[in-house]
Design a protein around this ligand. Structure first.
Ligand code: SF4
Length: 407
């Protein structure tokens, strides 16, 4: 049924103000289907691809000239900027912009210069599995976007109705989340939040007796889905995944606390909160939200609905989950659970913020993690690795000279 609806609605996209479109969406909403919107960017596609090409050419030049001292001034100017200005236009950082540094900071830095990492087959298969899992929970409706405000409107819509589907389906997938880390705006998409009952003081056979009186509260469990080619789960979750999940929890809980500064968000992202959404998005919001909830269809009002929705939920569980699926058949391999550690996260974030603000250089891996360099795309030109090799050779030479002198 989901696939049928999806295909049908995809065909409808593109026809502006289509009455059928609205009727079908209304039916879906009345049937309590959980709708997720996906943006189709209609703005200046040609210009965008040209800009990307230039970015790629520049990145390649930087990589080629990295060992050459005659670096042209435009590249030097790029290198003088902080990574936040240079790679993210001083606007949105993603949760993975923090978590991926746990593997190797320098590798992440080189990938940013090169304009992203090559998509491997495993990565492609992984994102297919994510799409399948999402379409099991939500009907995906594609909506054309004509402004940056439209695109953010879609993110807020998905957040609002993601929270609603937690109460109707006890689960939501691909939930957008955002907030500030220090003064940097961060955005991410949580793979899954699930509402699970917690049973107090129950053991053994008592677990079989489930009644309302057993339920003390529902826990909101954040989890991330990882796919594997091997049919077993790793012994422990990698640090990058742990930091990713811990940061999701921090952002979610801060929205629950209601400390969100919407004006600061609009200013940071250079968005006009009073600009009306385009017809397609405005129509779907109109039929999805209660009239009393939103009057003028713009970011300012949609953000108010977000703030109200977060008043209904509570902080997420301290236990975080990494769930593993087998790539071959999408079967469940099991999960690893771990505890949220605030101190560990804060120290990690402090260190990573210094990189993004340009207050320190990225570091390569310590010698005990040198195995990571074996499969690194940047190994041939990595200054860190080349310096380490030089240092080792110098030490070997010095050791030889000492031992030769002794004989
Ligand atoms: S070669 Fe090693 S140190 Fe250099 S970027 Fe790759 S993983 Fe990091």
């Amino acid at each position: 049924m989901f696939t049928r609806c999806f295909n049908y609605l995809c065909k409808l996209v593109g026809s502006r103000d289509n009455n059928n479109n609205i009727t079908n969406l209304t039916n879906l909403i009345n049937n309590k289907e959980c709708i997720k919107l996906r943006a189709i960017d209609m703005t200046n596609k040609k210009k965008n691809s040209k800009k990307n090409l230039l970015k790629f050419k520049l990145a390649r030049k930087i990589m080629e000239l990295r060992t050459n001292s005659n670096v042209p001034s435009d590249i030097k100017n790029q290198e003088e900027k902080s990574p936040h200005e240079r790679f993210r236009d001083s606007k949105t950082l993603f949760v993975t912009d923090f978590s991926s540094f746990a593997w190797c900071e320098l590798q992440q830095h080189y990938s940013l210069i090169a304009g992203g990492r090559k998509e491997t087959l495993a990565m492609k298969n992984g994102s297919e599995i994510h799409k399948n899992l999402e379409s099991q929970e939500h009907v995906i409706v594609q909506i054309p976007t004509y402004t940056r405000e439209d695109s953010w409107g879609i993110k807020l819509y998905n957040l609002i109705f993601g929270i609603d589907s937690l109460f109707t389906n006890y689960k939501t997938r691909e939930l957008p989340i955002f907030g500030f880390v220090s003064d940097l705006f961060v955005f991410g998409i949580i793979d899954q939040v699930e509402m699970k009952p917690v049973f107090d003081d129950i053991s053994g056979d008592e677990l079989l007796i489930i009644s309302d009186t057993n339920i003390s509260r529902d826990e909101l469990i954040i989890s991330d889905t990882k796919t594997r080619t091997k049919p077993y789960i790793p012994k422990k979750a990698p640090p990058s995944v742990k930091f990713q999940l811990m940061l999701y929890k921090k952002l979610f809980d801060e929205l629950v606390q209601g400390t969100i500064d919407d004006e600061k968000i609009f200013q940071t992202l250079d968005l006009n909160p009073d600009l009306e959404f385009s017809n397609e998005l405005a129509n779907i919001i109109k039929i999805s939200c209660k009239e009393s909830e939103i009057k003028e269809l713009n970011l300012r009002n949609l953000m108010k609905v977000v703030i109200n929705r977060f008043r209904k939920v509570w902080k997420t569980s301290n236990v975080l989950e990494v769930n593993y699926k087998l790539q071959k058949d999408e079967s469940d391999l099991g999960s690893i659970y771990f505890d949220y550690n605030e101190n560990q996260l804060e120290n990690y974030l402090k260190k990573t913020i210094k990189y993004w603000k340009g207050d320190r250089k990225p570091e390569g891996v310590p010698i005990e993690d040198a195995w990571k360099c074996q499969n690194c795309d940047f190994a041939d030109n990595c200054e860190w690795r080349l310096n380490k090799i030089k240092e080792c050779e110098q030490k070997k030479r010095a050791f030889k000279e000492i031992t030769n002198g002794q004989h």
